[in-house]
Design a protein around this ligand. Structure first.
Ligand SMILES: Cc1cc2nc3c(=O)[nH]c(=O)nc-3n(C[C@H](O)[C@H](O)[C@H](O)COP(=O)(O)O)c2cc1C
Length: 365
């Protein structure tokens, strides 16, 4: 090996983020994932905005894009202007987005989302949002009428659960028809599947509550239905084991999420995606990584150095970047060149049409 080649190889080894990665059947050009981010720009009927085609295409140099959460059904909605994956118009709009990303050589998974209790009757013709138990989350959701206090949800009857599994199954089929490379099940951030998993929000006394085995039963039923559509090597699952967002809590996150990770591993899904900032006091990635046999994605406040370090230490295979990708369409290129990053504009995270969406500049040259 020539000295130059040796130096280049050594530099690459030091920067595993830029190495390609085989994710099941998919060849990823690098190990940087664009984290799922709600941008609240969908049009009437929760149809993705045509601007999303530009937004995701601009970010196609990510090894893998995970889209914003997309509701599996009208019942799964809790935020205005969020896209769905349950109507023909939504599928048609997503198809254009996946085609645009594919033309750039990118890979894109859809995040399948059901908010559960994080919603409001305004979204449901006056009916209560649903949840494992009738326990309200604190805070407000934004509806067409402005900010509204979250209400106490209606506890789902066990007989209703197969219907929600069917919503996920249908949404997974729609995602396939829309040309995605795979799907990520949203099991994080206090939404429906997370509400079942953690004991702060699940007080059920039937087969879907109480023991750990019972609490993960519904999330695993959903996962199995999605696997039936996609095959296990195109299905990922997202968790936030220490997240308190949306009034979430669990008496033993380490035990709960180790068990869930083990069971998801048994099902053979291709990746587990954990939002769990490394700075947190009970950072669980090293534990979960050992339990889950597939690809492990970490997320939460990573930068270039800590992303490379997470892969080098064996804690992660891939690293997801949220805000950094939002503000830098060419993030891998910038990281490689040590170029300065654009500053994110929080005021346009959830509003602004093209402003703060498709107008962040890429590096010239
Ligand atoms: C504007 C915005 C929207 C988000 N929407 C979602 C979402 O739809 N689904 C999800 O799982 N996480 C969502 N998140 C969380 C991000 O995926 C990610 O976990 C978070 O930004 C931390 O990663 P970072 O430090 O690299 O930004 C969102 C974050 C932001 C900033």
């Amino acid at each position: 090996m020539s000295p130059t080649a040796a130096t280049a190889k050594a530099a690459q080894a030091a920067e595993p983020l830029f190495e390609p990665y085989q994710l099941g059947p998919l060849h990823l050009s690098n190990r940087m994932v664009m984290a799922p981010m709600t941008r609240s720009r969908a049009l009437a009927g929760n149809v993705p905005n045509p601007l999303a085609e530009t937004y995701y295409r601009q970010r196609a140099s990510a090894g893998l894009i995970v889209t914003e959460g997309s509701q599996v059904s009208p019942q799964g909605q809790g935020y205005i202007r969020t896209p769905g994956i349950h109507s023909p118009e939504q599928v048609a709009a997503w198809r254009k987005i996946t085609a645009a990303v594919a033309r750039e050589g990118g890979k894109i998974f859809l995040q399948l989302w059901h908010v559960g209790r994080v919603s409001h009757p305004d979204f449901h013709g006056g009916a209560l949002p649903v949840a494992p138990s009738a326990i309200a989350a604190e805070g407000e959701v934004f509806t067409e009428k402005g900010p509204q206090k979250m209400v106490t949800p209606r506890a789902l009857d066990a007989s209703e659960l197969p219907g929600i599994v069917a919503q996920f199954r249908k949404a997974a089929e729609n995602a396939k028809a829309a040309g995605f490379d795979g799907v990520e099940i949203h099991g994080a951030n206090g939404y429906l599947l997370d509400q079942f998993t953690r004991d702060g929000s699940n007080h059920r006394t039937d087969a879907y509550g109480g023991s750990l085995e019972n609490r993960v039963r519904f999330p695993l039923e959903v996962t199995q239905a999605v696997i039936d559509v996609w095959g296990k090597d195109r299905v990922g699952y997202r968790i936030s084991p220490n997240g308190a967002f949306n009034s979430m809590s669990d008496s033993n996150p380490r035990e709960t999420f180790s068990y869930l990770a083990e069971r998801l591993s048994d099902l053979g899904i291709v990746y587990l995606h954990s939002f769990d900032p490394p700075s947190g006091p009970n950072h669980l990635s090293p534990v979960l990584r050992k339990v889950f046999k597939g690809t492990f994605i970490v997320n939460g406040g990573y930068d270039l150095a800590s992303g490379n370090a997470a892969i080098q230490s064996g804690e992660a295979d891939l690293v997801a970047y949220g805000v950094a990708f939002l503000a830098n369409p060419d993030l891998p290129h910038r990281f490689e060149r040590r170029a300065p990053l654009n500053a994110p504009d929080q005021a346009t995270f959830y509003a602004g049409e093209q402003k703060g969406y498709t107008d962040y500049p890429a590096l010239i040259g």
